[in-house]
Design a protein around this ligand. Sequence first.
Ligand code: PLP
Length: 373
Amino acid sequence: MIYLDNAATTKPCEACINATAQTMREQWANPSALYRFGIDAARLLRKCRQSVADAMGAPTDCIHFTACGTEADNWAIFSTAERFGKRGKHIITTAIEHSAVLKPIKKLEEQGFEVTYLQPDHMGRISLERLQNALRKDTILVSIMMVNNESGAVMPIEKMAKLTHRICPNAIFHTDAVQGFFKVPFRANSLGADLISVSGHKVHAAKGIGALYIRAGLKLPAYLLGGGQENGLRSGTEGLPQIAGFAAACTEQLPKRMENIARQNKLKAILQDGLRKIDGVELIGAQEAPHIVNLAVKGLRSQGLLNALQDREICVSAGSACSKGHRSHVLTAMGVDPELIDGSVRVSLSSETTMQEIEAFLQAMPEVIASLQ
Ligand code: PLP
């Protein structure tokens, strides 16, 4: 199988699998228990938190584990609204966020918040000017993703966070970095965002684990009430096996991060060059992130392309895996021709993607197109 759908999920690495299995076999105590077995589990939890914090360039205590990127996004948005909703009712986000951000914000809109949706340009980029024009005295939250999961556009988060805090010193800046983690180098300590969401399964860890970075000193209300885990903010016995796997994946990738980004950029350039030479193929969006290439073949439908590629054991996705069956809101906001949207296919790489896989895909594409035409 040639797996080119890494923006949807990645294959867990051996380090993750081993750490998860070892934790399940040997360190399955409750980290809140007061005997040595539990204290050892708590120590492992602390070590894992530190590994994820190191990978995000954050202080250890700022990392809070969640069940997924979606939960981190929901937590960031709902808790900010709860804490600061009396101070102001204005929220800024973009029209191209993942539904894990758009849906919670839509719910707040229904509850009386006013929302400005920043529109992207044709490449999927959001400009600083648009953000600047949207910021108001009563803005309490700005939520802008680091990398768009369909266009591969990379947003200037550091500049956006700085601009937000300069114009609205009390506003909270959240970034959904689920597609940016290990793809766009950043350090939470210097990025300037107050809240950062990441997800394990996009970085070769298991599904069912994510994290929310909360800037030191920012006091948010608890998201889940109960036993007081995660610094009293997100109760529930910690999923130590997934956490250990996530930490192991982070530890393994951190030293190779720049090398992996460079390798993926190189493969992406070869893929884009090859695609440009195939009759009828159009590339869509900025494709600045090292792992995302979006393309369409006019006159062909995504599902047809997907099926024909699948027959050749090649996995790609139709736009975003999370928006199955709907015309992509991201490509629509970018003003892409609806006919192209309906034929769009996302090819996404990881640090494990090989040159042979890219070549096999490029070889298959003209045959697939010819067979469908
Ligand atoms: N945000 C973005 C940009 C994503 O691409 C995804 C998943 O595709 C999510 C959030 C949701 O993450 P999770 O699947 O961990 O809930």
